[in-house]
Each structure stands twice: as C-alpha cells, then as structure tokens.
Write a protein of this length. Structure first.
Length: 91
C-alpha cells in the first residue's frame, strides 16, 4: 500500500510499516535533525515541511498515489520526561 508518513521523526513508524509490507512513498517532518537522519537511513523521499500549513502540504501530497497516511505525534505532544519510572524520572 502506498503510504505517507507525517511527523516522521527519525523513521521509527516508517520502519515498522515498511517491515510489515507497506510501501513508504513519502515522509514529512519539520525538524532538521530528523530529516537528516531519515535521509541517511532510507531511499524514499523525505521533505522538510511545516505541517501546520496544511494547504500547501496537501497539494504536494496529492502528487503521490497514496492509500494510507501514518504518523507519529509531534514531539510537543510527547509525555517523555514528564513521568517517573521504576528506574527514576524518564528523560
């Protein structure tokens, strides 16, 4: 299935879907370090885009033959570092 990964980060979700037989056609993220890591790890396109400007991104995404959209939460929504674990505060 043709797949786009929004808020792709360093590709953890893309990798899982790829290993499950999905065809990643495009990934998008706005974090420079994540885009650089993604490009070093995969051969398919990753674009640095601000996904809060959905109109401009939607037109770009429509160029691909997509069947599914996947994505992780932007890091601003992450709860990492806000909880304690058995081994101390998570960082």
């Amino acid at each position: 299935m043709g797949t786009v990964d929004l808020f792709s980060g360093c590709a953890r979700i893309s990798l899982g879907f790829e290993l499950s037989g999905f065809q990643i056609l495009l990934a998008l993220d706005n974090w420079d370090a994540a885009v650089k890591c993604y490009r070093a790890s995969f051969n398919y396109p990753v674009l640095k885009r601000d996904l809060t400007v959905i109109g401009s991104v939607a037109a770009e995404i429509q160029e691909y033959r997509l069947e599914i959209i996947i994505g992780g939460l932007p890091q601003d929504f992450s709860q990492a570092g806000k909880h304690h674990t058995l081994f101390g505060k998570a960082e």
